[in-house]
Design a protein around this ligand. Structure first.
Ligand code: FAD
Ligand code: EPU
Length: 332
């Protein structure tokens, strides 16, 4: 048995039957072959995965490295190995004067996991820059590529959470960056920047994130535990009658996105603790390991939040984080 505590940012004590560190595509292909027909899980930096029980299977940690830049007249094509750290890649691009990713600074995790939930923050989603996702099929070890269009990106969503869930090991991602850079500053906290440079946005995003979100190296957490729920117009109108102040964001598909943090805040969960797991005092969308937290503590607190929000607002929250139990994914 191998400990997983240091391999996921929530830091719960859990074990796996084995942990293998993948540093080459050949090693990745070998691991897929050696563990065929056995229970297994592919991990990046574990910042969107919580092992709530001992995992009765094999874990591979993606540590493939390498960045290749091709420059054209009006754009760059950048191919990045899946095990590169996301923030280091954002920083690298900025230093190479390849602009666009600055709104996504300081998001934990690997490049390979970024397309899976289409990471997003401060007005940008990574899909905006993704040209293609490449890897190996987990059943056959055969190479595959999925184009941007076929990734079916959405809010915290992609084909890798549906048709291709657990069916691929991503080895690298190809990005497209136009040389015609336009600042993206509509999100609250960036809208006061005047004629900002990419570096100004990068610095501001980092400052906001540091002020709002707990550092997982200080207090274990996995970022937003729940997604911001999308509701129908009808549901929103009913809610808005009862709560005129409800923060809401109309979506292009006609639905309305609500702020899960606000719903949880209204239910008075800020600072509420179950055993060693706490609903964060500054950002209630984040559940955190206040020390010696267990999977049971976490599941109990998350379920309590879920049912209070349902009872008070008739809105269903859905976990954003992937929860892994003894035999694989578990639901709340
Ligand atoms: P992991 O947790 O290791 O894996 C996530 C999922 O991807 C799992 O299902 C795993 O099986 C799969 N996976 C990982 N690598 C591969 C691969 N190579 N091939 C196939 N499958 C793979 N997210 C946002 O979108 N926006 C934010 O602003 C944000 N802020 C955060 C702040 C904090 C403090 C924390 C802790 C997390 C935050 N997150 C945010 C969530 C997290 O950073 C992202 O989801 C990130 O992409 C996860 O990367 P990872 O390598 O740690 O993924
Ligand atoms: N709010 C409250 N009380 C609070 C905090 C927030 O009512 O204590 C309300 C406010 O109305 C605020 C709104 O919630 O305007 C939104 O808060 P914030 O701007 O902090 O963003 P969020 O919706 O809570 C999302 C992402 C974050 C991302 C930020 C910035 C999701 C699930 N979360 O959080 O992503 O960094 O926006 O773009 O979409 C993550 O995925 O792990 C993550 C941290």
């Amino acid at each position: 048995m191998t400990s997983l505590a240091h391999l996921h940012t929530f830091g719960l004590n859990a074990t796996a039957q084995s942990v293998t560190y993948l540093t080459s595509s050949q090693q990745a292909a070998d691991w897929l072959r050696d563990t065929a027909h056995q229970r297994r899980y592919i991990l990046g930096e574990g910042s969107n995965t919580i092992f709530v029980e001992n995992f009765e299977g094999h874990v591979a940690v993606n540590q493939l490295k390498g960045i290749q830049v091709e420059e054209f007249d009006d754009h760059f094509i950048v191919n990045v190995a899946a095990g590169e750290n996301w923030h280091n890649f954002v920083d690298y691009c900025l230093r190479q004067e390849i602009f666009g990713l600055e709104n996504l600074a300081l998001i934990p995790g690997t490049v390979g996991a970024a397309p899976i939930q289409n990471i997003g923050a401060y007005g940008r989603e990574v899909e905006y820059f993704i040209q293609q996702v490449n890897g190996l099929r987990t059943d056959s070890g055969e190479p595959f590529s999925v184009s941007h269009k076929d990734c079916k990106f959405g809010y915290r969503d992609s084909i890798f959470k549906h048709e291709l869930k657990d069916k691929v090991l991503i080895t690298d991602v190809t990005f497209f960056f136009s040389k015609r850079w336009l600042p993206c500053t509509h999100y609250a906290g960036l809208d006061d920047l005047v004629s900002p440079t990419p570096r100004d946005i990068f610095d501001q995003v980092i400052a906001i994130r540091r002020s709002k979100l707990p550092d997982p190296t200080v207090m274990g957490n996995a970022g937003s535990f729940f997604k911001n729920p999308k509701v129908s117009q009808t549901c929103f109108k009913q809610l808005n009658k009862r709560y005129p102040q409800v923060p809401h964001y109309p979506q292009p598909d006609g639905s309305v996105k609500l702020a899960a943090a606000w719903l949880i805040d209204q239910c008075k969960f800020k600072g509420v603790r179950k055993g060693g797991v706490i609903c964060h005092k500054r950002q209630p969308l984040v559940l955190a390991n206040a020390g010696q937290g267990t999977g049971e503590d976490l599941m109990a607190l998350a379920r309590e939040i879920l049912s209070s929000v349902k009872q008070q607002f008739d809105v269903e929250l859905e976990n954003e984080v992937r929860l892994i139990g003894a035999t694989g994914g578990v639901s709340l």
